[in-house]
Design a protein around this ligand. Sequence first.
Ligand SMILES: Cc1cc2nc3c(=O)[nH]c(=O)nc-3n(C[C@H](O)[C@H](O)[C@H](O)COP(=O)(O)OP(=O)(O)OC[C@H]3O[C@@H](n4cnc5c(N)ncnc54)[C@H](O)[C@@H]3O)c2cc1C
Length: 384
Amino acid sequence: MIYDAIVIGLGGVGSATLYHLAKRGVKVLGLDRWAPGHNNGSAHGETRVIRQAYFEHPDYVALLQRSYALWDNLETETKQQLFNKIGVLEIGPNQGTVITGVLEVAKLHNLPIEQLTAAEVTSRYPGFSIPNGYCAVVEHNAGILKVEDCVTGHVQQAVATGATLQTSQQITHWLRQADGSITVYTQTDEYKTNKLVICAGAWSNQLLADIGVQLEIKLKQTRWYACQTHAYRAETHPAFMYELPQGIFYGIPQINDLGIKVARHTGGEVITAPPKVLNDGHLDDRFDSEEGQAIGWFVNNHLKQTTSKITRQEHCMYTLTRDGHFVIDRHPEDENIVFAAGLSGHGFKFTSVIGEILTQLALDGETAMPIDFLSLKRFNAGYK
Ligand SMILES: Cc1cc2nc3c(=O)[nH]c(=O)nc-3n(C[C@H](O)[C@H](O)[C@H](O)COP(=O)(O)OP(=O)(O)OC[C@H]3O[C@@H](n4cnc5c(N)ncnc54)[C@H](O)[C@@H]3O)c2cc1C
């Protein structure tokens, strides 16, 4: 049997791609080593921030507007709340990367935001401690996605629409055949397809070794801290990003008894390849690393209403391109193979639209979405 399309990897991007391919009525197979929603890649840990006034690059805004509509559709289909619009507060120096970027992008795209002084922030949200010379911006049309539910929601809807799912399948390699089809080999089986979509996250260097882009993998740490009663509750408190000379930190307010979730966006330990299993406890000794100490420092100095009790810790991986922007394209040597890689620690909010874009690239050979700034060609020969 030959599939119309195979999706390798059913994390953030792959689950959405499986969903969009199934909606287009093609015979599609999704393959992964683990069951959707697992905690060994980059799409676990309860929540992901979603926002539109995107300081990283103004061209992301069109993609975000489409991704908002697609998350909304998925919520309707799954009858589950996936997006909690609690707002996102961004704090930083007046002339810093975050505040300057948010203000510029909001102006350019006419996005509603509210500017606050440091005194206004601490009066509205007394849990923060803010240095002199800092200010803030709130985007009320922003919030958090329930990350595992988004992945499983996409996969469940894809299967309900006719997609086939095979987990416990570790792909070893794929080969282009003389007839134009592609064979995907796993440790135990092989599958034939006309179109291949590779969404391998932190394993992309192995499966996309021939595209000439070396991705950097970073082991990142997330901590949950117990809080003083009623502090940082999601009903009254936004998610936040906080730019400091020591790095950019972020947090998700309390959505359950674990407390506030805090991590550092910048920094992290570079690793040569993903560990075999990320969160089985064997990496526990690494929880005292420099990253953990930096998060602890941030919590002690800038979140006044936390306790020092850590209620949960997780590892997760960033897969970074040299410029911090994703790479979404067709394979340079085969137009029947498309991929998305290097989501660089900020890509989950986009996965719904990336799944739609990959489906269009695979089935139609093109997309109307503006993704030129994410193309492979920006990494000229010589980039390793
Ligand atoms: C701590 C942390 C916080 C983050 N916070 C945010 C945030 O607030 N907002 C935001 O938008 N983004 C955030 N991100 C980034 C976002 O979560 C990731 O960019 C996104 O999940 C990456 O999706 P992906 O599909 O590329 O990778 P993954 O979701 O990891 O999926 C890759 C899949 O491929 C499978 N796979 C790979 N190789 C093989 C193989 N050989 N055989 C079989 N299966 C294979 C894996 O098992 C996995 O399921 C964060 C990331 C981390 C780590």
